[in-house]
Design a protein around this ligand. Sequence first.
Ligand code: ADP
Ligand code: MG
Length: 920
Amino acid sequence: MATPLMDQYHRIKKQHPDAILFFRLGDFYEMFYEDAKTAARLLGITLTSRQKGDMRVPMAGVPYHAAATYINRLLRAGQRVAVCDQMEDPETAQGEIVDREVTRVVTPGTLIDDGVLEDKRNNFLAAVCGSGAMRGLAWIDCSTGEFQAADVTREQLIHELARLVPSECLIPASGAESDAGEVEALRRAVGVVTPFHDWTFDPANARKGLCEHFGTSSLDGFGCGDLGPAVGAAGAILEYLHETHRASLKHVTRLVRGERVGVCVLDRASIRALELTESLREGDRKTSLLGVLDRTQTAMGGRMLRDWLLGPLTGVEAIRRRQAGVRELMTDSSLRAACRRALQGMSDLERLAGKIGAGRATPRDLGGLRDTLGALPVLAAHLAEARAPILVETRADLEVPGELADLLRRALVDNPPAVMKEGGIFRAGWHEELDRLQGIGAKGKSWIAAFEADEIRRTGIPSLKVGFNAVFGYYIEVTNTHREKIPADYHRKQTLKNAERYVTPALKKQEEEILHAEERARKLSQGLFVELRDRAAGFIPALQRVARAAAVLDVLAALADAAVEHDYVLPDVDDGGRIEIVDGRHPVVERTISDRFVPNDVLLDTDGHRVVILTGPNMAGKSTYIRQVAVLVLLAQVGSALPARSARIGVADRIFTRVGAADDLARGASTFMVEMNETAAILHNATPRSLVILDEVGRGTSTYDGLAIAWAVTEHLLERTRARTLFATHYHELTELARLMPGVKNYHVAVREWGEGVVFLHKILEGGTDKSYGLHVARLAGVPRDVVARARAILAALEEAALDEADRPRAARRPKERSGEPRQLSLFGGRPGEKAGAEGEEAGTEPGPEGAGGMGRASRVARAVARSAAAPAAPVEDPLRQALKALDINQLTPIQALEKLAELRRAAGGGGAAPGSIPS
Ligand code: ADP
Ligand code: MG
């Protein structure tokens, strides 16, 4: 059964057991055996089989020109693909079969194909190693060559991965077996986890490999000399690329130290809750902050904006530098328009540099590069008058490598082809020999035309034609009607249905000359193109610099454009602890609702306004408001303008946002545990300079637990962490904190009661609420009237019960502090440890003996509800009422009426007959 071809297949497959092997056969990539079955299932392509001796081999194939899309789909399904190509031309191959080799292994993190990668998003490959408290992290975008490394703590590692969202992450193979828990955590944070050879992570090995690649003697020049495990991670990445890519990595020109200094770290939960890059529910980019702000004209700008949003700055000077750029572009609308116009249609220089470095740039790519380089001086000229330092600097960095621009302009035709095989790449005059060979081809073609005319004259056959096809070459075609007129020197070559094809020695000779010249021209032009591309590769660092500058300008202009269009202002940014916003709006909600958005103010500081408790009914706008504050602070630190009348922002070192589990609908698997985990992370990590946004935290559990937790968390934030905090809660009991502790302010969302309904005004006002309006909302939502009425009765009974049994109003009192012990508060009055019957039942913070609290609560609720049932909603008819109803006034004389009235009065207790004896 073994054929040479299948032998070759097995030999190659053995080297790539963990990848699906795309085996090039003619115009198809074929897959065999298990690969074929997997691919057929994942791609929905037909599974066929091929007889091999006495065995049937499952196979499936995809056309080679469509391979990129299929590969991408396999990658998304978590597979990797080894692409095996034909290394020689089948027509000229010497051996029994064509030589084949794997030219690259495509994995999610090493993708560089156009049309598969998202333009405005980096595709990162990461590597993680190290044990104990420190981790080495490195990441690269293979399409651009951006390569960074940082030593991080375990906590930082998770934040970094949440920001980078790598599509693949390498770990040492031995770690994959030994630390299942950590691998599982990684798996949640990244697309695919790939175990890779341990030795590649070894810092000494890695350092050597990196220095070799960069052609340096140490990593000091990159400021990475003292990196620890991060060097190992970077080395593993480099080795992995060598192993998978089999292409040059000339575009990987430097290793950047990736520590996040001067950056406000956002964790995964905050990125999600603030909907920075995608909306919470639909995962939609359009209705995210990025979607609203992204007016960038280039892909590189789009990627940079995303990076800026996920890494707001903490340094006031750095923020003001960006602000100055945005301000100038906001005020000078003609400068803004000119820059945006010049940026539009600019190629993705960063990825072009990547393709040049990897040896994958096509003639069309270099044509795009030439055009973009041509447009850059125009862009730079617009900036000639700019004053903001960031714009001045950008202008300097836009300086085009003139030599490269000139080279490409002279070399390439106006519209170079997408593939280099076909020729037609170079301008006349670029290369003498190429011109000569192309001249022969062209001359040969006119010779053919003349030859045809001569033959028509000589033979007298008007329909005689000279044609060409790839198999038979040039031929003379004569229809059968003229067969008798054929001259003796014509040699028959091919017979068709109605015609015969011939050649003559002269035609044959000419054909050889033409084909020979064309073939040589093609070969030559391919060689010349590779040479041109290699020369361009020498300019990669310069191209990367230009790309970064263009991206910065693009982002600044985009921010300015959004600011002008949506009426934003630049905030005053400083190091003080005050956050003061007048008439702030939520940038995304204001664009997505049809109603008018109601602006709101905010004041937070490190003193009397440290913690704001925001209460109000469901749907009032609490979540929108508190997120709005976080988003505006974030925008300020990005350097952007923000939707408000005016704003002063004391920068935050971190912005934490937590949404109570019950409110976080999008995350199906959300649990109270997750909510508490995230809350714990805030309590451990927030500082007085942090901004903490809590939305209904504590809601994921029962009322009393939840309230108790919310209360304790707030206390901790207020007194220990001292972070600026906004807490939206439906536990209006929390408002009592304001009376007890300085630094807490109550706000509520204004609601107008309207008959039995409510109207949401979305206006935030000072003071707390003592009403939760849940019933109003239930009514608005269409819950049947009698259910709402019954709920109202139960509510009244419960509230009354709380008064009755606690024997006083529900108010929290602050017990005396006991030295050394953490201060505790009981929520509904009563001191911890105080012996109390009914009280013990209520104190949610105090675990009652043997769960008596729970039982007591249940029975109390039951009693109250039972009592409410006894107070009838529709009262039972009483005898007086019955008697009144029974009266027929038309049948009574005035005297009788008076008598009746007296009788009824007596019945009502006004003296006289008992109720039972009313005459009818
Ligand atoms: P809550 O958290 O109080 O239940 P949300 O913040 O989810 O309320 O807001 C409910 C809805 O009210 C939002 O979807 C939005 O359409 C609207 N809304 C919120 N704030 C405003 C505002 N300031 N102006 C206008 N509409 C708003
Ligand atoms: Mg809410």
